[in-house]
Design a protein around this ligand. Structure first.
Ligand code: HEM
Length: 209
């Protein structure tokens, strides 16, 4: 490549656009209208290589043979995939799917020509497996807290947002009775009027524990 500095005219150069796609730190795939995968950028090839064993096991496909072949080798429900791709109103489309222990989040769009005709499809996806695992861990922690503790959630000003079963059992109210009301419901009149009580909410509102 020449070392001419980049200008707006560089965008007319296919070499420049190719180099740009290679540099993007996202997994990018392009398919033609017949749904042959014609391009995967460097990051996508790297991601595919990292998933080589899982792809081989799940689909019987060698990662080195993904570009140049139909995307449908990966699709159980080809009709659903085509229904989405052939319907402009369904695009852009976002989907999360998995194989083996991999979870991918895909953002799928059509590449349109000047007359809105479909020139191809572009997809960017991310491996979200680690977030899925983290989310599952986080959810089980929350579940454990929910089962073992009385929990109530307030807005910054002390308005009750929600409370769990343990809390409601302890105080003897239903959620409908306390939702949207103020925490002062649980304190006696003298404390409710006190400076100390007002200061308590002001401090919490500032993020002090
Ligand atoms: C430009 C390339 C591609 C396009 C346009 C495309 C398009 C789509 C669409 C529209 C769906 C349906 C989403 C939904 O059900 O909501 C889908 C699902 C899926 N895609 Fe792709 N895809 C492409 C490449 C790939 C590749 C390279 C892989 C695997 C390495 C893959 C694996 C899957 C899987 C596992 C599903 C789940 C649904 C099923 O099994 O039918 N796709 N894809």
């Amino acid at each position: 490549m020449s070392s001419t500095p980049i200008t707006a005219d560089s965008l007319d150069s296919i070499d420049f656009l190719r180099a740009s796609f290679s540099a993007v730190q996202a997994n990018i795939f392009i398919a033609d209208p017949a749904l042959t995968l014609i391009y995967a950028n460097d990051r996508a090839l790297e991601t595919l290589r990292g998933l080589a064993d899982q792809i081989e096991t799940a689909f019987g496909v060698d990662v080195n043979e993904i570009v140049g072949a139909s995307i449908h080798r990966f699709h159980k429900d080809k009709r659903r995939v085509e229904r989405i791709l052939k319907n402009p109103a369904a695009l852009p489309h976002q989907a999360e799917f998995g194989f083996g222990n991999v979870s991918l989040q895909a953002k799928i769009n059509a590449i349109l020509g000047a007359g809105n005709e479909i020139l191809g499809y572009i997809v960017n996806w991310e491996d979200v497996s680690i977030w899925k695992d983290e989310k599952a861990r986080f959810n089980s922690m929350l579940e454990a807290i929910d089962k073992s503790q009385a929990v109530i959630e307030f807005q910054l000003d002390g308005t009750i947002v929600t409370a769990n079963e343990n809390f409601l059992k302890t105080v003897g109210y239903t959620l409908d009775e306390i939702k949207g009301r103020h925490h002062s419901l649980f304190v006696d009149e003298a404390f409710r009027q006190s400076h100390e009580y007002k200061e308590f909410w002001t401090k919490l509102g500032r993020g002090e524990f």
